[in-house]
Design a protein around this ligand. Sequence first.
Ligand SMILES: [Zn+2]
Length: 462
Amino acid sequence: MLKLFFSLFAGTLVLTTNAQDTISRDSAFIRSIYEEVLTNGECFENLRVLCKDIGNRLAGSENADKAIVWGKQTLEKYPLSEVSLMPVEVPHWVRGKQEVGYFSFMPDSIQVVAITALGGSVGTNGILTSNIVEVKSFAELKELGREKVEGKIVFFNKAMDAMLINTGAAYGGAYEIRGSGPSEAARYGAVGCIIRSLTLAEDKYAHTGGTIYNDSLPRIPAAALSSVDARALSQALKQHPNLTFSFDMNCEAFPRKMQANVIGEIKGSVYPDQYIIVGGHLDSWDIGEGAHDDGTGIVQSIEVLRAMSALGYKPRYSIRAVLFINEEFGNDGGETYARYAKENGITHVAAIESDGGGFTPRGFGMEGTDGQFALLESWAPFFDDYNLHQFRRGHSGVDIRPLKDDRVALFGLIVDNQRYFDYHHSNNDRFENVNKRELEMGAASMAALVYLLDQSGIPVLP
Ligand SMILES: [Zn+2]
């Protein structure tokens, strides 16, 4: 009995020492990842090239073609096992000339507003002028009914909820106005639709984003107004309910075409056929430079592979950076990637996405099992020195979400997103608004999580 006790005790001691050795080894390696990225990082320069030499890159556009070539060449600069393209079919919509919008309540006097066509909108076929009805919700629109809406332009003036500290949740709460507002307005006979931009900023930037027409209703032109202009229009309407709003847009849709996801890979030494992926989306909207959305996620994902190979790390699982095409207007890249994986029996262990802007990282959101989440929480001490303290269940990323099943753990980099919607989908989303240090901290944090996942064998957990 005594002997058994001692051997157990000794076993415990050995285990404890081993565990401590592992913890010290992991902490030291994570430190070396941050050191590599913060002192030799290339993601900021890669972002500059993507934003300044290519610029915005809506899926289907020539610029997106250029970005795919850039992504492949950039990954090929580093000593990876393989870089490849995965064909993806994407929509092809063209904004056309710069939109013009104004309102008027006196003859010979107009007030020009900053507007941007919503992605997928039809054109106005010349200048479209009409009276306006202002509403804040679909319920208010329904209450007005066809009698008060027919032949007019519906103005959805709904702000994002300022009391949601997670601005992503505030965006989610206002999103349906942009997504379905134009078709809801058309349901009651409206001839056009304008919305207040989805932003928490008070400025003159208009923010675009996809709108989805309901096939059973007429397609009416739709645009977003800057928050300052939405306020001005609303105030003017109170004094001059009969004012007219005019806008001119010549957007056009073309047949779908082929583009590609770009994939870089370091082969695993133990489980070469099982994958841990990091990713973001290579496409952006067609105004601004797609810097925070999602150039930062792209260059951070590339940086994860660069840093791992610079450190000579030999992963147990195969590690991929996936630059998804067309998240913004149908998630074709993410859907195609997941379909390909399923059809070909490719196992994914974990996926990490950065698509919340290149701001100071705060932690990781996760979609997965209780066991996987417990493991993530157990790693919190490793991130303490780097100020990452938020580990919660919730959204991971739009591109990686189609991979969801019971085995794969999905993670989203959580960042301090208070300013994200100042930039998102607007001309203000520029390289100059990305901070080098914050961008690198995010890339290093993703690489650290990849390292822990690679070492842990997360797939065996319930
Ligand atoms: Zn995005």
